[in-house]
Design a protein around this ligand. Structure first.
Ligand code: NAD
Length: 497
């Protein structure tokens, strides 16, 4: 029996009943009574429905968050208790990891392995990391002229609206919620309409862990309704966003046209993965392969532009394409699967459209390039791992974020040319350099305009290390101590002595 036909465990099926909003610590129906279908992209089947939140529902969630904030049910709690509760959330995520990872795999199409490591366990680690911060967020005393004591307080900004995408639903929700809670904020989370199930489970788990009602609320709904209502709400103090650059622009506008709430934006990328001839080429090959095909290419930091030095280009790209041809694409629940399904039919078609653009612009298709319909895959939305060579920097596939398993290989001849190509898009999220020359590595790290530079490695993340963009990849940082700046306001207090 294949993994696809094995009945789902009861612990997972429980969460596939029709789901409501999570407001003030309990499930609540949407005012409209409307719902949204949640589908399994690997099988094209309906998984369940969730409530379709409109502006009234968002308002209710914001009011619950506001009340909890003003009554200090969370921020007024002993810091050691808040630390313990954040730690409990992590423990419960780990305890329920099999069920939570399966939910994420089912709604997103990623492999169970990816949903575990880059989903539930990464989210748990993020809660643990910020549990450690709760008792360490403090102000300063400042030597000022005159008979005064001057000190600063770092206070929670208030009600945070967290709007997150579908590619790492749980991990990215944790990136916003954990630091916001560590700072004493209350939160309204708007997950993607495609992947709301993990967010609802997280809110339940947070309640079980001891988080008071109203401190974390989840509104499931579409971006242009629920997301927009949250972004324009006059009683939301901050929007923490991860998603596309297009939506990032809309959020800045919504903030400007409402209450000038703070906004932090983690947006798209077109990250260069640069390979010099002196690199450990076996390691670079692995880094280039997983740099693009991890999470079926639906990852903001994907190394979607492979810049290879002319001296090694042909052999390197040839080997990479051979490897991509052999990649095992299929049932995400099967442990042997290396790459799962794209998140939706629309996303698959978008990716196929980019592949067609690459062919039309004259890039050379080395492997893949089409939908994968072999066997059971015909029911779902699978794309074959695709590699293009002879790509020039101005082609559409070298400029725009495809968000799929499509690699654009570009030839370069000097470090200067590599930097010019690397910096030649509107994005600046991540990058990598492969070389054994330490001076070259550091020079490249300084010259590349990106929020992350990996040297002889790719896609490393840690809850303690900041992540975010340069240029139109956004501003503000998730993770590490830097994220706390997003969720605190600094107050200066003067005392005449
Ligand atoms: P998206 O921008 O379409 O949606 C993201 C979220 O915003 C969803 O919850 C959506 O419902 C909501 N939304 C959409 N329109 C809105 C509006 N007008 N007002 C308020 N909310 C709105 O992005 P996506 O397709 O879900 O995710 C893919 C994008 O996310 C890619 O561009 C990817 O690079 C980016 N991403 C960035 C990072 C990062 O850390 N920089 C991480 C993951 C994904």
């Amino acid at each position: 029996m294949s993994a696809a036909t094995t009945p789902l465990p009861e612990t997972v099926q429980r969460h596939l009943r029709p789901r409501q909003l999570f407001i003030d610590g309990r499930e609540q129906e949407a005012a409209s009574g409307q719902s949204i279908e949640v589908r399994n992209p690997a099988r094209g089947e309906l998984l369940t429905t969730v409530a379709d939140a409109g502006p009234d529902d968002v308002n209710r969630a914001v009011q619950a968050a506001r009340l909890s904030f003003e009554k200090k049910t969370w921020r007024g709690m002993k810091p050691s208790d808040r630390e313990r509760i954040l730690w409990n959330i992590a423990d419960l995520l780990v305890k329920h990891r099999d069920e939570v990872a399966m939910l994420e795999s089912l709604e997103n199409g990623k492999t169970l392995r990816e949903a575990m490591g880059g989903g539930v366990l990464a989210a748990a680690d993020c809660f643990r990391y910020y549990a450690g911060w709760v008792r360490k967020i403090c102000g300063e005393t400042i030597p000022v002229d005159g008979p005064f004591l001057n000190y600063t307080l770092r206070e929670p900004v208030g009600v945070v609206g967290a709007i997150v995408p579908w590619n790492f639903p749980l991990q990215i929700a944790a990136w916003k919620i954990a630091p916001a809670l560590a700072c004493g904020c209350s939160v309204v989370l708007k997950p993607s309409e495609l992947t709301p199930l993990g967010a609802l489970r997280l809110a339940e788990i947070a309640g079980e862990a001891g988080l008071p009602p109203g401190v974390l609320n989840v509104v499931t709904g579409y971006g242009w309704t629920a997301g927009d209502a949250l972004a324009r709400h006059m009683d939301v103090d901050k929007i923490a966003f991860t998603g596309s650059t297009h939506t990032g622009r809309a959020l800045l506008k919504a903030a400007a046209e409402s209450n000038l709430k703070r906004v932090s934006l983690e947006l798209g990328g077109k990250s260069p993965n640069i390979v010099f001839p002196d690199a450990d080429l076996e390691a670079a090959l692995k880094g280039a392969f997983w740099g693009i095909f991890t999470n079926k290419g639906e990852i903001c930091s994907a190394g979607s532009r492979l810049l290879v030095h002319a001296d090694i280009h042909d052999e390197f790209v040839g080997k990479l394409s051979d490897r991509a041809r052999k990649m095992r694409v299929g049932d995400p629940l099967d442990k042997a699967t290396a790459m799962g399904a794209q998140v939706s039919e629309a996303q698959m078609n978008r990716i196929l459209g980019y592949i067609q653009a690459g062919v039309e612009e004259g890039a050379q298709l080395r492997c893949g390039g089409e939908r994968d319909t072999e066997g059971d895959k015909a029911k779902g939305y699978f794309v074959k791992p695709t590699v293009f060579s002879e790509v020039t920097p101005q082609m559409k596939i070298a400029q725009e974020e495809i968000f799929g398993p499509v690699l654009a290989a570009i030839r370069f001849r000097s470090p200067e040319e590599a930097v010019e190509i690397a910096n030649g898009t509107m994005y600046g999220l991540a990058s990598a350099v492969w070389t054994k020359d330490i001076r070259l590595a550091h020079r490249m790290a300084a010259e590349i305009k990106a929020g992350s530079v990996w040297v002889n490695t790719y896609n490393n993340f840690d809850s303690g290390s900041p992540f975010g963009g340069y240029k139109q990849s956004g501003f503000g940082r998730d993770l590490g101590g830097h994220a706390l700046e997003q969720y605190t306001a600094v107050k200066s207090v003067w005392v005449a002595l």
